[in-house]
Design a protein around this ligand. Sequence first.
Ligand code: AMP
Length: 197
Amino acid sequence: MSAPNRREPAHLNLALFGPAGAGKGTQAEMMRRELGLEHIATGDMLREARARGGQLGETIAAYLDSGRLVPDEVIVAMIRHRLRELPPDTGFVLDGFPRTVVQARELQEMLSGLGRPLDLLLVLEVPEEQLLARLRLRATEEGRGDDNPGAIGERLRIYRQDTEPVLDYLAGSVPLVHVDGTRTVAEVSEALRRAIG
Ligand code: AMP
């Protein structure tokens, strides 16, 4: 796979895919630090909304703890707001969005309205056994409410059922690169940098 185009990485619009535990958050954060991309993580936005409490916080908490997806219209409204605030010259990396075909369609409309379509889809590949081991470890280290056995299984199932079809849907119009996510954080980061060009 060749580099998607000749723009500087700092101006690219990327979307990072992969099931829970694949390393999306870690890698997207490195892209923010090293390339200056805006890191847009719907999971982080939802955890912040939950922490603010109130009716919306409580509703969101129920989805997060069960591992189910928050309804598309809630997520799409959040992302619409976030994308509108983006400085025009700054690229971004989407982490955890879009997770459904409906979200993907809405995203493409929003981005085309902003005149900044997606440049590249990056997919972190990690076998399920390794994901389960990582998520169990994260449960003890970080205490995330959705890293419990029931929610973990549900998140992996939903990824296969609802999110993998997003790759087929977008791959018709956006280049897609698969990256082996089983290696060290530094090696995966290096592979992503090569894919970005
Ligand atoms: P993450 O931190 O990306 O693993 O997301 C944690 C949880 O937030 C997911 O299991 C979902 O419950 C919710 N979530 C995050 N992003 C989305 C999205 N794009 N659509 C629906 N729910 C989401």
